[in-house]
Each structure stands twice: as structure tokens, then as C-alpha cells.
Design a protein around this ligand. Structure first.
Ligand SMILES: NC(=O)c1ccc[n+]([C@@H]2O[C@H](COP(=O)([O-])OP(=O)(O)OC[C@H]3O[C@@H](n4cnc5c(N)ncnc54)[C@H](OP(=O)(O)O)[C@@H]3O)[C@@H](O)[C@H]2O)c1
Length: 426
């Protein structure tokens, strides 16, 4: 969902007045790190989140400097061009060898007329983890897809960097393990719903929060019944009505697995019990989520669907980035609608709440089974409703995994992937 950011001049804030009677609500202090730009490590740089993060950094060079990049390797030319463009000091790539990565970067530099650019290179399965711990950094944006983002998440936290987390899977799969690794305030959400919740939560205390309300667009199959869903195609599942995202997250939006993961993410990020987190379908994707307070007040964060806003806020947290995205146009008539989630057609949310409530490695099994089932669906091996049915069946069979450690999580994941693949005929 690309929209042109407003020009800086229209959004530049006016000079701060001297202290006023409103200081208890309006913070007039200048941004504390208003000097050097924040040094950003970008994981998953070639993806939807990654490329938009580079847009954000390009639009606010006084705020952000990309110092390290990592990607999987399916688009090596783009990674090389990004490296040259940002002059990243470190570049990591999972599926490539060192000479190949060096050659691509060399070619990209030559094409751009750049000489003398010679970044540190990391390759192989742990490349993103090494880049996540790049020492000369302030913030790591994890925009990798899937639970493969877990070890980079843990590495960024161990290095003491602020972690702007788009890769919700690492928090959901890692659960308590990731929470224990994070210092207070070290984990900042990038998912638009959780960014919205974080923004609304700023206006009350923990004890004043009654419920979190996570909005869902409803995806391409909103309004369909379970019987209608049996024969929908991968192409239809990828036609998201409001957001343009990668294949996994788009498919997850169609099955509501994405919303299920987001409910668990909200529970882990904000410590609100699962029974006090609701999902409501809001097809316009303008209200990104809401917090209901104990006095009956509900605060919503609203903006046109554009990930650059939560990406910029995540990288710059707690400070807003002027012109990051286009605001709502309040001069035009608009209608926002809200409807309950059809839990019979879309059982993914209820299933995830049960798996998360059981604790341990339940959500690691849920997520791994889903990732395998989504691939099987796109390979034409299973139908659409089989995706969530596969997760349910794999959860049902999953053995008790004992105490929660990184090893037990990875073992549970490997087991779940095998069980899901066997069910899907892979
Ligand atoms: N896109 C959105 O609007 C959006 C919104 C909210 C949350 N999210 C979340 O953000 C995350 C990323 O989503 P996306 O839509 O940006 O996905 P995407 O477009 O599929 O991009 C995924 C990125 O991860 C990289 N990657 C894959 N394996 C890797 C590895 N082993 N090491 C390093 N990088 C690796 C890919 O690199 P190559 O392609 O080069 O292999 C690519 O750069 C997901 O967790 C998603 O749920 C996305």
C-alpha cells in the first residue's frame, strides 16, 4: 500500500512554547537523541517491510542511517544494490557463498559508479544472526519472515540494541524465552496493530486497561462461509484488499492465522490476558487497533494503510517521524465499519488462544505447522481450509516438550514441520 508521504514542510512541528499549564499532557521536551542519526540494522531488507524501511530512512536521513543489511538471497541483485545505496558496513545473506555475494556487490557498485566500497560480509544460515549483533548499531529492525527470525531476534536483544520487531513469529514462537531476553523497553512493535496499541496505551496506566481490540481487515474472503472456502485458490488468497505484503503474511491474513498470531503477540508484548484481547473485523484498515479503558473510553489509532508509519515509529521509538506517511483526509466523507469475526469460518484465532494458553512450545508448533501448510497450499497439495485443519491436527498430536529452552523450541518446531509435511503429503 504505497502512498506518497506528505512534504516535510507541511508536517514540521512548530517551535515548542515555554512550559504551559498543559505540560501534564503535552510534552514540550525536544527529542533526546536529536543529534546523530540512529544507526539501523535491517534484517529482511529485500522484503516488503525491508524495502519500505529503506524508503523511510531515505526520507529522513537526519534520523536514520542504515549500517547493516541481511536478506535470504532470493533477490541477490536487490540486496547488492541496497548495500551500495546505503553504504552498509555489514551485509549478510543466507543462501549464497562469499565470492558470489562479493561479486554481486562489486557489480552493483560498478554500475552505480561507486569505488572503494568494501563492507564486512556474512553468509550462510547464521548470517542474519551475526548482522543482528553488529556492534555499531542503535536499533535492529527484524523484517525477516517466519520463525527463522528467532535467533536474530535473540542476538539483537543480547547485543543490547533496541529491537523494532516486524517478525512477529520470533516473539510468538520464542514466547517467554524472548521476553526474558528483553530488557524493559527494548522491544518495540512494528506490526501496525501493535504499533496502534502501543500508541493508545501511552494514554493510560496498565491498571486502567480493560481490553485490547485488534482490528482485522477480514482479508479477501471476508463474508464467506467455511463451505465456500474449501475451493478458493492460492491466487485468490494472495489478493489482499488493503495491504501489499509478502506471500506468507498475505496468506495468513486470508486464513486469519495472521490475526491469531497478532493476538498472541499483543498478549506477549503488553501482558494483557488472552481473554481480554478481542478481534474485530474492520474492512477499511484505517483503525489499526484500539484500547478500551476501565472507564468506558476507547482510544483508536487511525491512518490510511501504510506500513511506513509503524516502521518509522518503530525505528525512531518513542519519537514520531514527520511526514512518514499520509494522514487521513478529514475533508472527505468516509465510512468505517466494524463487525464480529466469524469464528466458525475462521477458527484460527480461537485455536491459537488455546495453544498459547497451554504454554510451552504450543505456539512454536502452531506456527511451524502453519508455515509448512501454507507452502503446501501454494504447491497445490492441500486446500485452503486444510491449512488451519493441519495446524489443529498437528497440535493435537504434539508431544509434551518439557521445560522451555531454545533447544526444546527448535526441537518442537522440527517435529511440527515433519508432522505437517507428512499430513500435507510432502
Ligand atoms: N509486509 C507487511 O506489510 C507486514 C506487516 C506487518 C507485519 N509484517 C511481518 O513482517 C515480517 C516480514 O514480512 P514481509 O511481508 O516483509 O515478508 P517478505 O516480503 O516475504 O520478506 C521477507 C524478507 O526476509 C528475508 N529472509 C528470508 N529468509 C532469511 C534468512 N534466513 N536470513 C535473512 N533474511 C531472510 C527475505 O530475503 P530474500 O527475499 O532475499 O530471500 C526478505 O528480505 C513478517 O514476520 C510479517 O508477518 C509484515
Amino acid at each position: 500500500m504505497q502512498q506518497t508521504p506528505s512534504t516535510a514542510s507541511s508536517t514540521t512541528s512548530s517551535p515548542a512554547p515555554a512550559s504551559t499549564a498543559y505540560d501534564y499532557v503535552l510534552d514540550h521536551r525536544p527529542a533526546p537523541d536529536g543529534g546523530a542519526p540512529r544507526r539501523v540494522v535491517l534484517l529482511g531488507s529485500t522484503g516488503s517491510i525491508g524495502t519500505q524501511a529503506i524508503d523511510v530512512a531515505d526520507g529522513a536521513p537526519e534520523r536514520f542511517r542504515i549500517v547493516a543489511l541481511a536478506a535470504g538471497g532470493s533477490n541477490l541483485d536487490l540486496l547488492a544494490r541496497q548495500a551500495v545505496h546505503t553504504r552498509a558496513e555489514a551485509v549478510g545473506c543466507a543462501a549464497v557463498d562469499l565470492p558470489t555475494l562479493r561479486r554481486h556487490i562489486g557489480e552493483a557498485a560498478a554500475a552505480a559508479g561507486v569505488t572503494g566500497y568494501d563492507p564486512d560480509l556474512f553468509v550462510g544460515g547464521s548470517a542474519a544472526t551475526a548482522v543482528a549483533a553488529w556492534p555499531a548499531a542503535d536499533v535492529v529492525l527484524n523484517g525477516i519472515t517466519g520463525s527463522i527470525g528467532l535467533e536474530p531476534t535473540l542476538a539483537a536483544l543480547a547485543a543490547g540494541h533496541l529491537l523494532a520487531l516486524a517478525n512477529k513469529e520470533s516473539l510468538i514462537v520464542g514466547g517467554e524465552l524472548v521476553k526474558r531476553a528483553a530488557a524493559p523497553g527494548q522491544l518495540v512493535p512494528v506490526d501496525s496493530e501493535h504499533s496502534a496499541l502501543a500508541q493508545a496505551l501511552r494514554s493510560g496506566t496498565y491498571a486502567e486497561v480493560d481490553r485490547l481490540v485488534v482490528t482485522a481487515s477480514g482479508g479477501p474472503f471476508r463474508g464467506l462461509k467455511r463451505s465456500d472456502l474449501a475451493h478458493v485458490t492460492p491466487e485468490q488468497a494472495l489478493a489482499h484488499p488493503t495491504w501489499k505484503m509478502g506471500r506468507m503474511v498475505t496468506t495468513n491474513s486470508a486464513t486469519m492465522v495472521n490475526k491469531a498470531l497478532e493476538v498472541i503477540e499483543a498478549h506477549l508484548l503488553f501482558d494483557i490476558p488472552l481473554e481480554r484481547i478481542d478481534v474485530v473485523v474492520h474492512p477499511q484498515s484505517i483503525v489499526h487497533s484500539m484500547v478500551q479503558f476501565v472507564d468506558g473510553s476507547t482510544l483508536a489509532q487511525a491512518s490510511p494503510p501504510d506500513m511506513r508509519l509503524p516502521i518509522a515509529l518503530g525505528m525512531g521509538w518513542p519519537h514520531r517521524v514527520p511526514g512518514a506517511a499520509t494522514p487521513c483526509d478529514w475533508t472527505k466523507a468516509a465510512q468505517w465499519t466494524f463487525e464480529p469475526l466469524d469464528e466458525e469460518a475462521f477458527p484460527a484465532v480461537a485455536l491459537a488462544k488455546r495453544a498459547a494458553a497451554a504454554g510451552g512450545t504450543g505456539m512454536a508448533v502452531y506456527n511451524a505447522a502453519n508455515e509448512e501448510a501454507v507452502d503446501a497450499f501454494h504447491d497445490g497439495l492441500i486446500g485452503f481450509t486444510d491449512i488451519v485443519d493441519t495446524i489443529a491436527a498437528v497440535l493435537e498430536e504434539s508431544p509434551d516438550s518439557g521445560p522451555l529452552t531454545l533447544e526444546s523450541l527448535l526441537a518442537a518446531e522440527t517435529w511440527a514441520r515433519g508432522a505437517a509435511r507428512a499430513r500435507c503429503g510432502r
